[in-house]
Design a protein around this ligand. Structure first.
Ligand code: PMP
Ligand code: GLN
Length: 380
């Protein structure tokens, strides 16, 4: 096979979910909710199928969804986008990230990404012929060191690839960090691809502030989100890009030859869900925050070093207090020994040492499932 596939293998998520099935484990590895999104959303997709929304939708997405995405950005962030020229519907955030990288990265260009990075970033950068340059978020706080970010910029830097709330650390970048990122981008005239799929999963009353809202960012920011996380339908693969008309045109050009269009009957359904009242979004957050606390408290009681996340539905733990040193060995041993599956951080790093003792657990599961996992983990 081609060199660009080197090192990609099978994703850790597929490997660990297969192991979960084979060992009949509680799967706190791959992040997917065990309850589907709101009934109205599910019904609307069924209605759309029955109403004949089964052929190619428009390339940039059905008008109702593009309008709903624009309305959502206005309602939550006071950002104004023209639904016809500044919104693109994609096949999940994954395609949006890949298309954005293909749109902006020339072979040999450097892409600075926050490490640990979500695994599709490295593949997307490799497919575009780019070189990834990590800026590491380090335990225990996983804050972004702006000096490290500035030091990582070279004349070959083309793109900053940012993710907040951040998978897998659960870091939500602060106002100062986001402003710092925007200043670096403006100073060096960089494109910023910002993956904000966990925008509604932020805890303890924190706000989510889009990078696109900072000075000088409107013309250089590819903002990405997805229905998968906000509406608990990870299998639908409906994501979107917002940005300047030039940016959306560039990303559309790449997208049209990756998938051409994205899931027709899901689009009107997601349009309806984006218009749900604040009670939906508040309940989603409150529910997940309670689950976060259930799992974090339980893992701490078991002796793990717990890094309580500010956002996302993942918690990172340090396994060293339990006498383990290597997350990959630990996660391979865990299902057989306890009947629980988790994800080793190490696979998300170039600097693997920084991630070696860290393990990620998903808490987007029913409380009794989290409780069952904690009970099983007593066998450790
Ligand atoms: N970005 C991040 C940070 C994620 O965690 C995920 C979820 N796996 C994605 C992108 C992919 O989103 P989607 O399923 O919409 O492609
Ligand atoms: N985003 C989810 C996670 O980080 C699922 C990823 C996947 O299965 N590709 O677990």
């Amino acid at each position: 096979h081609a060199q660009r596939l080197n090192g990609l293998g099978t994703t850790i998520f597929a490997e660990m979910s297969a192991l979960a099935v084979a060992t009949n484990s509680v799967n706190l590895g791959q992040g997917f909710p065990d309850r589907d999104g709101p009934d109205s959303l599910l019904e609307d997709a069924i209605t759309a199928i029955r109403a004949g929304a089964n052929q190619y939708p428009p390339a940039r997405g059905v008008p109702a969804l593009r309008q709903a995405i624009a309305d959502h950005q206005k309602r939550f962030y006071d950002l104004s986008y023209d639904p016809d020229t500044q919104v693109l519907v994609t096949t999940g955030a994954t395609e949006a990230v890949a298309a954005a990288l293909l749109a902006y990265v020339e072979p040999g260009d450097e892409v600075i990404a926050l490490e640990p990075y979500y695994d599709s970033y490295s593949a997307g950068i490799a497919f575009a012929g780019g070189r990834r340059v990590p800026v590491t978020l380090r335990a225990p706080d996983f804050r972004l060191d702006l000096d490290e970010l500035r030091a990582a910029v070279t004349p070959r830097t083309k793109v900053l690839l940012i993710n907040s709330p951040h998978n897998p650390t659960g870091t939500v970048l602060t106002d100062d960090e986001l402003r710092g990122v925007s200043e670096v981008a403006v100073e060096h005239d960089l494109i910023v691809i910002t993956d904000e799929v966990y925008e509604h999963l932020v805890f303890d009353g924190r706000p989510h502030k889009p990078l696109a809202s900072y000075d000088g960012m409107a013309e250089r920011t590819v903002s990405i989100s997805s229905a998968g996380k906000t509406f608990s339908v990870t299998g639908w693969k409906i994501g979107w890009v917002t940005g300047s008309p030039a940016i959306v045109t560039a990303v559309t050009t790449a997208k049209q030859f990756l998938t051409f269009t994205s899931g027709a009957p899901f689009q009107p359904a997601v349009a309806g869900a984006l218009a749900l009242g604040n009670d939906y979004f508040d309940a989603l957050r409150a529910d997940l925050q309670a689950r976060r606390d259930l799992l974090c408290d339980g893992l701490a009681d078991l002796g793990f070093g717990v890094h309580r996340p500010q956002g996302t539905y993942f918690v990172t733990t340090d396994i060293r207090p339990l006498g383990h040193t290597d997350g990959i060995d630990f996660c391979r041993m865990l299902p057989e020994r306890t009947g629980v599956v988790a994800i080793p951080h190490q696979v998300f790093y170039d600097n693997t040492e920084a991630g070696r003792p860290l393990v990620r657990w998903a808490f987007c599961k029913q409380p009794q499932i989290l409780q069952e996992a904690l009970t099983r983990l007593q066998k450790l």
